[in-house]
Structure formats: structure tokens, C-alpha cells
Design a protein around this ligand. Structure first.
Ligand code: SAM
Length: 428
């Protein structure tokens, strides 16, 4: 039976045709903000960049074999898939489909039915099919696979307890904390956990009691709150992982408009897990800020103080690669798409990875994050030089500098604070 409101109208996200409900407006090509502003919860177009990066990461894992050896398959779960856009994009856009076992799960049967019928109406047609394995507690295999995706209408926590996965995506409404423990346990010896958090008030320091309850953290609303938000979430993941003898290695950690999104590699190792506290600390508001194991003065945390990117993996996430894998091809475009739509969708795909490969090296090691607006007063100058001038000034002195994907203008550098101020004064 067709779900209510079917078929709605067709939109292309990446290379994948999605059906929007009739009352959901045609997305602008660069939608920002929470679902309420961009089209209600069913399918939030503002999350398209996060889904694009997820496609690219999974493609990279298969291409470069950093998750499993070349001849092995990867069991991938979108635990809270709603209308299944992400698993459908994994299925359509990731090369090496023969090595994927994709499961799409959600409690909402309407959203899931919408996803299933969308998948049926836009088949992949490569003949890939597989038989699900029995769950840990059940001799019979789980729900059947349709055109390469196993659709399950159930509770994510139950599913993750029942079956092991090597890749789990958690994209809940609000905070992901209630799903973290089960997801981390479900992940096999090695696996990737991708987590979205939209409870920004808690993570960025304005909802203090929620922050204390969910994350055990204290935030400060200042220029560094978005970086704090990312690191507070990573810190909680590291702590829960350690409880299960696992350690985390962040691959990509971003604050993107209205949500935090982190992707980490989890590995079972009692020894590394025992040292989890080594990379947990506080951001102390001195000038410049610094991380410390013990809080003092004005501080936020506890949070992850280690690297937030993997240099190699994030370094390969270039605009060229994003376009190669995720840009629509002629046969994908909806009938009513104009040249304008095509050009803008390509720009959106490029925007999804903006600053990532350039900042991969710095963000995968110790670096100083500089909020550009703060330089003026600190350096005692009337006008802050352009980012271009700051970059060339720092590079002339032998340092690296790169803009970061943040809501405010920010850059990362391996120069010290005094050098940043000197460069700002001399470039004024
Ligand atoms: N990932 C989706 C996407 O990219 O379009 C959006 C997911 S939406 C933000 C959150 C989803 O979590 C909702 O569809 C809701 O039905 C689902 N959900 C909430 N609690 C759940 C649970 N315990 N098990 C499975 N699904 C759940």
C-alpha cells in the first residue's frame, strides 16, 4: 500500500532521487538551519552535506581498505534512517557495492514506507542482493533485502544489541547520548561510528543543566563554543568507548550550521582504552586559550583535546572527489531540472567538503584555533587584516594556516599566539 501523500515531488540529493511531500517546499540549493526552517522532520534537506560526507567516507574506507581487508564485506547501519535517504545514497553512490551490506532502520513506519517505495521506484538495477544473517538471538534471518537494502521497522537499540555492525550512523532528533552505549557495543572489533547532535544549546553552553546531565560538561558561549561542542561530544564518545575496552580515533569532526557531526574509528584495545583520559581535558580561557587536564579560572569541558581529523582520510575529501562520486549525472536529473539547478547542486556538493582537505593536516595534530574577530583587540589594531593577508604573513614565517568550516571566520595554525598577533600588526 502506498504511504499517505505519495508520491509528493521529486528532488535530487547527490545522485539519488528523493520524494519530498507536496507541502514540503522545493529546497533552495543551499538550505541551512534546523528542519523547522527548511522543511519539516520527514526529510531535512539541510542535512544533505552531512549525508554527502558520509557517502564519501564510506567510499574512502572501501577504496583504501582502512576498515576491513579488500576481500571483506562491511555491514553498515543507518540506525535512525527516517525516509532512508542516507542508506539509499550509500547504495546508489558508493563504489564497490558488492562489499556492502546496508541496513536501514527506523521506528516510524510511515517514514520507512516512504523510503522503501522511493527505493523501489528508483531501482539501482545492478542485481546486487544478499541474505541477512540470523541475529545474535534468533535462528531465523531478519527482514528481507530489497535491491540491496535491508529495511527494518524497529527500535534501533534492540537492533544494535541483536546484530553486530562495522559502520553505524546515529542521527537522532536532539541528543544522541541515549544511543551511544548500544552503538559502541554493537560495533565489531573495529568500526566507524558517525554521530549527529542537534542539541546545540546544551553543547554550546547555553542550556547548562542539560549539558551537565547529558554530557557532564560545562560550556561557555564565546567564539570557541562550536569547537567546544564538537570536542564535548567526542569526549563523551571516548569515555563510553573506554568502558567497552575501545578507543576512538576521530576521522572528521565538524560543526555544520545547526548541528555537530563526528565520525570516529573505534578499535578494541584494552591498553589504548585505558589511556582515554590522556586526551580529555578543559579549555582554559587565557590569552590564547589552552587545554589543561585540570580546570582552572574560566573553563569549558571536560572535552576531547586530541586531534579531530584523520590527516589522510580527511585529506582525500576534496571537491574533485566529492563531484566525482556525488554529483548528479545526466540520467539522474529530475525532468524539471534546469541548468541553474544542476550548477547549484554541484556547488552544494563542493560546499559540503569546503576547507576539509586543506585543513586536514593541521586539524589532525596540535594546532591553535583563532577566532578572527578577536585578533583586533588582542593585537591593538583598528582593522583586522584579511584572511588572505594573515595566511601569507604566517606562511612567510614558515607556519601553516587554514580556514576552518565554522559558523564564524576562524582559522587553525601551528604558529603561536604572539606570532599571529605580530603578523596581524604587520599586515594591517
Ligand atoms: N537520518 C535521517 C535523515 O538523514 O533523513 C533523519 C533522522 S531523524 C532526525 C530521527 C529519526 O529517529 C526519526 O525518523 C525517528 O522516527 C527515529 N527514531 C527515534 N527513536 C528511535 C528508536 N529508538 N529507534 C529507531 N528509530 C528511532
Amino acid at each position: 500500500m502506498e504511504p499517505e501523500g505519495w508520491p509528493g515531488h521529486i528532488w535530487l540529493e547527490g545522485r539519488t532521487s528523493v520524494h519530498l511531500r507536496d507541502h514540503q517546499p522545493r529546497p533552495s540549493h543551499m538550505p541551512r538551519g534546523p528542519a523547522a526552517k527548511t522543511g519539516e522532520g520527514f526529510l531535512n534537506p539541510a542535512m544533505a552535506p552531512a549525508r554527502t560526507r558520509s557517502v564519501l567516507l564510506l567510499a574512502d574506507a572501501l577504496e583504501n581498505n582502512w576498515l576491513v581487508p579488500e576481500d571483506k564485506i562491511v555491514r553498515v547501519l543507518d540506525a535512525l534512517c527516517a525516509t532512508g535517504v542516507r542508506p539509499r545514497r550509500w547504495r546508489k553512490e558508493v563504489p564497490h557495492q558488492e562489499r556492502l551490506r546496508i541496513t536501514a532502520n527506523d521506528l516510524d513506519s510511515d517514514a520507512l514506507a516512504w523510503g522503501q517505495i522511493s527505493h523501489e521506484k528508483h531501482p539501482i538495477g545492478d542485481g546486487i542482493d544478499w541474505i541477512p544473517e540470523p541475529s545474535r538471538f534468533d535462528a531465523k534471518p531478519q527482514d528481507s533485502v530489497k535491491d540491496g537494502i535491508q529495511w527494518i521497522n524497529g527500535d534501533a537499540k534492540r537492533l544494535m544489541v541483536e546484530s553486530p555492525f562495522q559502520w553505524i550512523d546515529l542521527d537522532p532528533f536532539g541528543s544522541p547520548v541515549s544511543f551511544l552505549d548500544t552503538a559502541i557495543q554493537s560495533i565489531s572489533r573495529i568500526g566507524v561510528l558517525e554521530v549527529t547532535a542537534t542539541d546545540i544549546a546544551a553543547l554550546c553552553g547555553s542550556a547548562k543543566t542539560s549539558a551537565a546531565r547529558r554530557y557532564g560538561s560545562i560550556g561557555i558561549r564565546d567564539a570557541y563554543m562550536h569547537d567546544d561542542a564538537t570536542r564535548i561530544l567526542l569526549g563523551v564518545i571516548a569515555r563510553i568507548a573506554a568502558m567497552h575496552d575501545k578507543s576512538i580515533h576521530p576521522i572528521l569532526s565538524l560543526f555544520d550550521g545547526h548541528h555537530v557531526r563526528v565520525s570516529v574509528l573505534l578499535k578494541r584495545s584494552k591498553e589504548n582504552a585505558s589511556n582515554w583520559r590522556d586526551k580529555i581535558g578543559y579549555r582554559i580561557r587565557s590569552e590564547p586559550y589552552h587545554f589543561a587536564a585540570i580546570p582552572s579560572g574560566e573553563f569549558s569541558g571536560p572535552m576531547w583535546t586530541g586531534p579531530i581529523f584523520d590527516a589522510d582520510i580527511a585529506g582525500r575529501m576534496t571537491a574533485e572527489r566529492a563531484l566525482e562520486i556525488c554529483a548528479g549525472k545526466k540520467e539522474d536529473y529530475p525532468e524539471d531540472w534546469t541548468d541553474f539547478d544542476i550548477e547549484h547542486s554541484q556547488r552544494e556538493i563542493e560546499r559540503s567538503v569546503r576547507h576539509i582537505s586543506e585543513s586536514a593536516e593541521l586539524l589532525s595534530g596540535d594546532h591553535l584555533l583563532v577566532a578572527v574577530d578577536q585578533i583586533g583587540i588582542a593585537a591593538g589594531i583598528g582593522q583586522i587584516p584579511s584572511l588572505k593577508k594573515l595566511k601569507s604573513g604566517l606562511e612567510e614565517r614558515g607556519y601553516k594556516m587554514t580556514q576552518c568550516q565554522m559558523p564564524e571566520p576562524m582559522f587553525a595554525t601551528n604558529a603561536d599566539w604572539q606570532t599571529v598577533l605580530e603578523v596581524a600588526r604587520s599586515a594591517e
